[in-house]
Design a protein. Sequence first.
Length: 297
Amino acid sequence: MNDMNKATLDYYVELIDNKLLELTRSKPELQGQVVEAMEYSLQAGGKRLRPVLMLEFCRMCGERQPEKYAEIACSIELIHTFSLIHDDLPCMDDDDYRRGKPSCHKAFPENIALLAGDALNTLAFEVIANSAMNGVISADKAVMLISVLARAVGTDGMIGGQVIDLKYENKEIDVDTLNILQTCKTGALIEAACVMGVILGDKLEAIPFAADYAQAMGRAFQIVDDILDVTGTFEEFGKPIGSDSEQHKNTYVSLLGLDKSEQIAKQLTVQALGHLKYFEDSVFLTELTSDMLTRRS
């Protein structure tokens, strides 16, 4: 990534990190432990890809000051972090590490980790509603954002994808079903981030292009994740390598092999970049999308 685009990415990430800290600043004495668990997971690192996508699509749709929506962009990171906490629980993927640190249920009691995830989920929608209450966005726009985000989280989105994932553990799966699984589990939240950015930018006719970009990029992102679970290191990936295979998870690598998976990821990245041509001044997002293909974490 060139220096200018790197500076833009760093600006977005710092903006989101600071807003996230504000959201967990208050820690009432009696409920403080769960807020500490929320903050622990929110500050465990991460690329902040989803809120960056939201802000950048907002900017590409004509908003000159997308940073004024930074708190709304945090809503998507709150949901993403909630999903990671719950994914790591013993009843789900049973992972002891996340982003190189003990998972939330290892750093805190398991019941507190579960509740921290629940609290992050509800906080996301509170943030959007408060933005309308405080006059940052209209009530109509808040309803649209909440609708998009809720659908991406629910049975037609992230939670539905996790259900399919659990259903097919230790069972054979075909590529079409795996595509549906990942479209829901990974792609839905990425799509929501992009579409929410378009809504904030008041260019609703661009929603189909943003959604198509997100689905292609999201699937490529997941394939690279699957590849890194085989070829990466703990230091790079932040959790034990080979955990998908140990848990008998269906992945693109397990179904198609490394070479074919890499080929498909490249093809999907090209498709995603093609959808960006609809938007003016997409240089930053074009480079970010290309970099996702060669990432090591």
